[in-house]
Design a protein around this ligand. Sequence first.
Ligand code: TXA
Ligand code: MG
Length: 316
Amino acid sequence: MTALDHKDISDAVRIIKNGGLVAMPTETVYGLAADATNETAVARIFEAKGRPQFNPLIIHVSGMEMARDFVEVPPRAQKLMAEFWPGPLTLVLPRKQHSNLSLLVSAGLDTVGVRMPRHELAQALIKAIDRPLAAPSANRSGSISPTRAEHVRESLGERVDMILDGGPCPIGVESTIVKIDGDAATLLRPGGIAREEIESVLGCALSSAHGKIEAPGMMTSHYAPDATMRLNATEQKPDEIHIGFGDVANGKPTAFNLSETGDLTEAAANLFAYLRAADRMAKMQGLKTISVAPIPMDGLGEAINDRLARAAAPRD
Ligand code: TXA
Ligand code: MG
């Protein structure tokens, strides 16, 4: 479809206004969107994802003005919004006492994660509905995030009322999440905007979340393919599917390369699609392991390494 198909947008608006679920493209990953002011609709998101109820959702807004209806925006948050919105930055901010925002959205916390997506379909949808959209990544809980419409179809199938197809997501990893609490700024999840960029705007270092399950996206096993993962692999063993990076590429048909030129932005955009493809290939060939080349930690490398570590984490 064309980038902005008005018929599709108006169908999506109708579904969401009626409390339904629409998978919408964003610049990071596809989101499973519902009206964030409709408690039943938000409950449906949890049901469709099979997500533990204690995991709060991000609300997607049309800008700072809409955000202010639901959260307090201290000066440091305002500065980050001015610099990075629209874009892949979620700010966790104090929830306003009296608003019509669903309580399930913040899952019992007194904060809300807010972001303004850059993708024009997501923006068009929020503007047309004129309400915030609650949207987690449009995959079953714990599995790989979708960066294409067909990933959503594979993962959620009939559980979603409509999928707005906006093609592949240009960034490919989820938003960076920063919690602003008075003067403290904490990185809750590395993502599409590099830590260094945020720190340079704030003029100070971001503190870390100490692995506390405050943002339960911090649950260790996440983004998990069926195959076992072997990270920092400098070579591919015969019984492995390999995901390479830069020079570590080996050209075998059982090897993918996140970026032959060693470009971390390109690697982030390919990450989830290649994890899926590698997992599918492993299954077809009866192999049990996906090995992944070392990825540097700078720029988007922090987010890529975070997702890989979770994909490799022991599962219950
Ligand atoms: O790029 C993204 O952020 C995508 C697109 C669709 O916008 N969304 C996304 O949502 O990744 P989700 O639900 O898969 O991950 C959101 C993370 C979760 O780990 C959740 O725990 C955390 O954000 N989160 C949301 N609200 C929070 C809050 N009030 N306090 C702490 N963590 C929060
Ligand atoms: Mg997710």
